[in-house]
Write a new protein. Sequence first.
Length: 283
Amino acid sequence: MSTLSWFITGTSSGFGRTLTEQLLARGDRVFATLRKTAALDDLKSCYENTLAVAQLDVTDTAAIRRVVKEAFERFGKIDVVINNAGFGVAGAAEEATDEQIRRQIDTNVIGSVQVTRAALPYLRAQGGGRILQLSSMGGQLSFPGLSFYHLSKWAIEGFYEAVIPEIAPFNIQVTLIEPGVAPTGFGGENLSRTPVMAVYEPTPVGDFRRSVAAGAFSTTGDAGKMVAAMIDSVSINPAPKRLALGSDAFDMIGAALVGRLADLYNQKAVALSTDRVPRTDPF
């Protein structure tokens, strides 16, 4: 197995930390970024020759460009760029503060977009590479109480739908990672809860809050197995556009897609009737 070099954002915990651990254990090189670098001191002491660590807040575009440049200069080549840093807002859309909305979009959408944009010139110059974008099953379906989180995931998936064919001629491939629920610690400092409006307590948003508080959402996914599947996906050519991870992701994404197709075909007659010359199909 050849040694690869990886650039990963958001490595202090969760998938980012597990990715870093598994990659270093197999002998790869990792340029890990995070907001508080001390969180990786234990790994740095064990892998001083294969782990580089840099402070990065992905809401700082100037810092993204500087750190991405540093990473390519440090390793000479980056085979895989992983956009993993994430943030979530939980609560009704009306309840969220302007600051929460801005941070949600700045972290999950603009941060990932700017890391990708910063890396593309280097990936093109070296003849190609891979990008893994952490999305979520929440990039294909949605739950009341997570509207702004879903906004960010659906937005980043739409971004890559257009970017993938743009960069394909340069041998740069992308996989959108869509995990289900896993014990990654996402409910800590990376999840911001909105102020509570009493009017939403008897609604699905209130039901969602109570379910979260009661621990009713089972974590069916194994984070270590999910990370191993992410790493393995890099050896698949052509790259899978999407990688659903976990039985909950598989089942719920499938049901959402089937439902959307049914809605579309139920509107077929109306859609065809609005052409300049209306078209009719036999079925």
